[in-house]
Design a protein around this ligand. Structure first.
Ligand SMILES: *Cc1c(COP(=O)(O)O)cnc(C)c1O
Length: 466
């Protein structure tokens, strides 16, 4: 490649890697590993060299290289998995970590992570114990089920149950319930993986009990009902209730499994929201197996919970897949603490962040919005209170919009999408949504201390503005 004179001139100005490294050593925290500094110096110089070749470079002296390298060092030294502020109003936000743990639950993680525990040790007998025993009794107590076990997540729970119950047999599922959850989890595919044969019945909008009945053959191993977590079929519709299905199953000797997806122990109808089917209802209706997530509406850690009849749970425990889907001890510790809160529902709704946020009244969101506006006073931004809606998220209550008071933020000389991007690039990233060319912060999903983080981010953005 032929270099022009001005490019040659700039390349000559570029400091050497040792010079830059010496400067970095002076400027950076002495605890920064030398390997990080060296890598940052090399990367900074490489970026500047590329900029020169592409005629995009202006300043390439030591000061410019140092600033660039320091930025790279900062980025390398910050954890990749990091706290963010969820201003989206989507409570169980799958991309932002789903549920936040209750204080009680995350404290248990600390307690169990740096000490030995009785994870698989029976303290009474001094012999090997079952890791599920930490939570089985509690789950049975809350749900009314005979037996329970837990695995890594609900996708795993569904796979494990199908693998145990229908390998080589037919599972009858309504065409209206062939869900895709996202992340490549589709009921027909999971069925295929488990070695079960999917037998679709009914139509997309209407499935009757006699559709299930007509599908029964020698090969039928299961009736599977799946919660349509992230969509709703409206209009001329008919689905068979779990109770009706259990009734038919019992007459014909076919077990019934209910994948509740989100799964909740709390009836949201009691809080002025639409009712989701509860785990207790499904168990009371007589479902043989019920599966649900630990970190959707339950508001605990990522886990898959399986409850149901003893004989099935025992068969599931013996399945070698169980070992591959094993729940980790830190999850178990926080799940146990979360479950304990459910012994008193009022307590659970108050202390489990997911439940608290979903049931938060509009008045409270308004108070929060006013507090946020106050925290931003003195900054060069314009705040507007907007009556919008939040969503529960996480494949639950798919159409529900919860009235919520939000704060619209605009900054002069900065469009909404530039501001959104700058907020997202903040030291503690602030995730917002854009509506009508305005950055919207929904206060429903804000946590204690978030107002100060938002103020700090906006202050920095305003100062750096051209
Ligand atoms: C979310 C969901 C799953 C998967 O649960 P994860 O906890 O995400 O693994 C399975 N089935 C249904 C119906 C769901 O909504």
């Amino acid at each position: 490649m032929e270099l022009r004179d001005n490019q040659k001139q700039l390349l000559r100005t570029l400091p050497g890697v040792d010079t830059l490294l010496d400067a970095l050593l002076v400027e950076c925290d002495s605890k920064t590993p030398r390997s990080v500094l060296t890598a940052a110096a090399r990367q900074a110089l490489e970026q500047l060299r590329r900029a020169i070749f592409q005629d995009k470079a202006t300043e390439v002296d030591l000061a410019a290289a140092l600033t660039l390298a320091q930025g790279i060092v900062d980025k390398k030294m910050r954890p990749n998995l990091t706290q963010v502020v969820n201003g989206t109003g989507v409570v169980v936000h799958t991309n932002l970590g789903r549920s936040l743990l209750a204080q009680e639950a995350f404290e248990r993680i600390g307690a169990i992570s740096n000490s030995y525990s009785n994870l698989e040790f029976n303290l009474k007998t001094g012999k090997r114990g079952l890791r599920y025993s930490a939570v089985e009794e509690l789950i049975c107590e809350i749900s009314g089920a005979e037996a329970a076990m837990v695995v890594n997540n609900n996708a795993g729970a569904v796979l494990l149950c199908l693998d145990t119950l229908v390998r080589g047999k037919e599972a009858v599922v309504s065409r209206g319930e062939l869900v895709e959850i996202g992340g490549a989890f589709r009921i027909p595919d999971v069925m295929a993986k488990s070695g079960g044969i999917l037998k679709e019945v009914g139509t997309t909008n209407r499935t009757h009990l006699n559709d299930y009945e007509g599908a029964i053959t020698e090969e039928t191993g299961l009736f599977l009902k799946v919660h349509t977590s992230n969509y709703q079929i409206v209009g001329f519709t008919k689905a068979v209730s779990i109770a009706e299905l259990v009734d038919l199953g019992q007459k014909r000797g076919i077990p019934v499994m209910d994948d509740l997806g989100s799964g909740t122990f709390v009836n949201f109808g009691d809080y002025g929201l639409p009712s989701e089917p509860t785990v207790q209802q499904s168990v009371a209706a007589g479902a043989d197996i019920v599966t649900f997530s630990g970190d959707k509406l339950l508001g605990g850690p990522q886990a898959g919970i399986i409850v149901g009849k003893k004989e099935h749970i025992e068969a599931i425990r013996k399945n070698p897949l169980t070992r591959a889907l094993r729940i980790d001890k830190l999850t178990l510790a926080s799940l146990e603490a979360t479950l304990r809160l459910y012994r008193d529902e009022a307590e659970a709704v108050k202390k489990i962040p997911t439940l608290r946020m979903i049931t938060l009244g509009e008045e409270e969101t308004k108070e929060r919005a006013n507090a946020l506006v106050k925290a931003l006073s003195g900054l060069p931004v314009t705040c507007t209170l907007l009556n919008l809606t939040s969503r529960p998220g996480g494949g639950s209550l798919p159409l529900l919009e919860i009235p919520s008071c939000c704060v619209g933020i605009t900054m002069e000389k900065m469009g909404a999408s530039a501001l959104e991007k700058a907020l997202r690039a903040s030291q503690t990233p602030i995730i917002v949504r854009i509506e009508n060319d305005t950055c919207i912060i929904d206060t429903r999903t804000l946590q204690e201390g978030d107002n100060a983080l938002i103020a700090k981010a906006l202050k920095t953005i305003a100062e750096k503005r051209p």
